[in-house]
Design a protein around this ligand. Structure first.
Ligand code: SF4
Length: 712
């Protein structure tokens, strides 16, 4: 098989024995890259797939790129996937994933590596120094205890001739004399190494994220804690190679087609377009910073800079959640908009430096405040804490809270083992019933897209491994609700929107707009099961493996395109066009979805070995026992639905709960469609054989966890 797009080698790090091994990527080519590659490598090298805590030394963490990384494919080039058994769930930490942007994946490719497999546990702290094909596991005693930014700066100093500044030549080739003259700039670079690193939270194995540069992070899943348990502080990489593309002309043509046809141009700016890929570069920091005080910044190769740099000099590269989790508290104390914006960004920087998964704070901090207000949390209270609650909303409080969580001090001691286990320990399980604590799936915090309203998000999360964090369709809620809230134009009627989207959604949802109908009458339907399947399978390949950015793909509906059909699957700028131009394959959009289904099934086989059974697959009790009544963004949750006469309209989905029995019946529909046994949720041999996963069927059989075949 041709290897265009691939660097060709995979790096295996055995931290226990401090050994560096090399694998040939070709053997894994059929998995595509990213998540698929990572799951296959995890399967091969994790000898005990029953582990349920990512801190177990048997855990294997894979950092994987895709063939598109290091090329110029829009909103895919700079993404990177990480997989491993996670840390910090409730009971079982599933095999899970996280994505991270920036320039780490591109640099890894330029150094000649498609992925890094991290195994075992080092006795002492180490960091890994990759300079092209030279790889050294180094002592990290001097870096341990440093925050994520300081550690990166020190590594740049160690490697660079001039403290890691740009424009300073760094010689990786170690050439001498005449040979050096002949080869001129080969093996030399002015770039800084790309470093993925953990901060104190990861070192202390609590809420740890992986951080890269100023503000790129892989937070959900707890992989910083996985690295901390392995005594791995950082991986630094600098490379001077390049990636061979099968058809460079086709790649450039597709990029131009995307920019000309689907993306808003600066000549005709349309700030209110409705599209995934199509917006003007626009930082999505939630900090209230005036637009002329900030500018967009991108992961490498992206056409849609969603990151930001601001004149204030804070919050660089941070976007979205880490710039917003504290805002509801800041706004109560900030004297003016400038102070509000500055505080939001400074708090984001704290999260990056401590290397903490700020996601737990999004719903976690309101719960802690609730406990404090109830009088059970505070100095000398049942839950003893010396945090200065009177200063909630200030930088000082945020720093003290983040410090406690990252260093297992104060309430951080109990929360380190997961927030839901801590709630149990504190005798606060009732908060999962009342909704005071919104940790809705597997002990993970809810994203803000409530499972009682946005079904593909909630159902996809509970059928998977954590908050699904897949924004394929979620823009319908945000865009439509924003239009209603601010009296903006509705760019398309509900029925037209869902029909246009469904046109491209082969194989499960093609021309079936009813898959989007989340009305009470349709919320437990086969149609909704097909939507969840489409999203999970599409994403397992196109987003998590090919590494198209979740924020920008798929592009099913686009107000920039003449017929309003987005770029997804199109013959000029579809996902498969870029993939084929880079790799030389002849893949279709559906082929990718089929491969995504295979990868999703391999993941599910791992979850089943870890202990997954349908009886475990349930939301936190509040999702069934209370009505959804408050959303942080808007006073309603608008979504396209049909009424009893079949007429489509944007409809508010607030005010309902899930019916536990009906949701359980919906799982049966889902399992049947997936070819999994409906009593256990375990895959059958027939299904696994169809997906060319016989090895997984054998492993499940040996473990007594292969699903029985059922009559159709
Ligand atoms: S949209 Fe944002 S997160 Fe995605 S690749 Fe572009 S800059 Fe990175």
């Amino acid at each position: 098989m041709a290897m265009y797009g691939y660097a060709g080698k995979i790096l295996r790090l055995d931290l226990t024995n401090r050994e560096v091994l090399v694998l040939n990527t070709e053997k894994y080519r059929g998995w595509g890259g990213g998540h698929g590659l990572g799951s296959a490598l995890f399967w091969e090298f994790c000898r005990d797939k029953t582990i349920i805590d990512g801190r177990n030394p048997a855990n294997v963490c894979v950092v994987a790129t895709s063939p598109l990384c290091g090329t110029s494919v829009p909103s895919a080039t700079g993404r990177c996937e990480v997989v491993a058994v996670g840390v910090g769930y409730d009971g079982i930490s599933w095999f899970t994933r996280s994505g991270i942007g920036g320039r780490f994946s591109t640099m890894l490719k330029y150094a000649g590596w498609d992925a890094v497999v991290i195994e075992g546990r080092s006795e002492k702290p180490v960091w890994v120094d990759i300079r092209n094909d030279k790889v050294v596991i180094r002592d990290a005693a001097g870096l341990w205890g440093k925050d994520a930014w300081t550690a990166q700066q020190e590594i740049w100093s160690i490697i660079g001739s001039s403290a890691g500044t740009h424009n300073a030549w760094q010689d990786l080739a170690d050439l001498k004399g005449a040979d050096k003259q002949e080869r001129k700039d080969e093996g030399r670079s002015t770039q800084k190494p790309a470093v993925m690193v953990i901060g104190p939270a990861g070192e202390n194995q609590c809420h740890g994220a992986l951080i890269h540069d100023a503000g790129n992070g892989a937070g959900q899943g707890g992989f910083g804690s996985v690295w901390g348990s392995k005594n791995l502080k950082a991986i630094s990489v600098i490379g001077t190679g390049s990636i061979k593309v099968a058809d460079p002309k086709a790649l450039i043509q597709a990029r131009q087609a995307l920019k000309q046809k689907y993306i808003t141009s600066y000549e005709k700016p349309d700030f209110r377009q409705w599209s995934r890929i199509g917006g003007l570069a626009r930082p999505i920091t939630q900090a209230p910073i005036p637009t002329d005080e900030r500018r967009p910044q991108s992961c490498q190769g992206c056409v849609n800079g969603c990151r930001s740099r601001s004149n204030l000099g804070y919050g660089n590269e941070s976007a979205c959640q880490e710039t917003s989790w504290y805002n509801e508290f800041i706004q109560k104390v900030a004297k003016n908009a400038k102070e509000f914006g500055e505080l939001s960004l400074r708090v984001a920087d704290l999260c990056q430096k401590y290397g903490i998964n700020s996601f737990v704070l999004q719903t976690g901090l309101p719960w802690l405040e609730h406990l404090h207000e109830e009088g059970v949390l505070g100095p000398g209270k049942k839950i003893h804490s010396t945090l200065p609650w009177e200063k909630l909303g200030t930088l000082e409080f945020a720093e003290k809270l983040i410090h406690a969580l990252s260093t297992k001090t104060d309430i951080g001691r109990d929360l380190a083992e997961g927030w839901v286990p801590a709630a149990r320990k504190w005798g606060r399980e009732k908060d999962l019933h009342t909704g005071a604590m919104q940790f809705s799936y597997w002990g993970c915090p809810e994203h803000g897209y409530d499972p009682r309203a946005e079904l593909e998000w909630g159902y996809g999360s509970i059928m998977g491994d954590r908050d699904t964090n897949l924004h394929c369709f979620n823009f319908m809620f945000t865009t439509v609700s924003a239009a209603f809230a601010y009296s903006l134009p509705i760019r398309i009627e509900a029925e037209d929107l869902v029909r246009i989207q469904a046109r491209k959604m082969a194989p499960y949802a093609k021309d079936r707009p009813e898959v989007f109908d989340f009305s009470d009458a349709n919320m437990y339907s086969e149609a909704v099961a097909q939507l969840v399947r489409w999203q999970q399978h599409y994403c397992r390949f196109w987003k998590n493996s090919a590494l198209y950015c979740d924020l920008k793909w798929p592009d099913l509906f686009n107000t920039n395109a003449p017929n309003r059909e987005g770029a997804t699957g199109s013959s000029d700028a579809g996902e498969q066009v870029f993939w084929n131009a880079v790799t030389g394959d002849a893949m279709t959009l559906e082929d990718g979805i089929a491969l995504g289904r295979r990868i999703w099934n391999l993941d599910n086989a791992i979850w089943v070995l870890q202990g997954r059974h349908r009886d475990r697959v349930h939301f936190a009790p509040y999702v069934y026992e209370t009505k959804y009544e408050k959303n942080e963004l808007f006073p309603f949750y608008m979504w396209p639905c049909r009424d009893e006469k079949g007429k489509w309209a944007y409809t508010d989905l607030m005010g309902r709960s899930l019916d536990k029995k009906k949701f359980d019946e919906w799982k049966t529909l889902f399992y049947r469609l997936e070819g999994w046994n409906t009593k256990t949720g375990w895959p059958t041999r027939k299904t696994l054989e169809q997906l060319n996963l016989v090895f997984a069927a054998e492993a499940l059989k040996a473990a007594g966890r292969l699903g029985e075949e059922e009559k159709a």
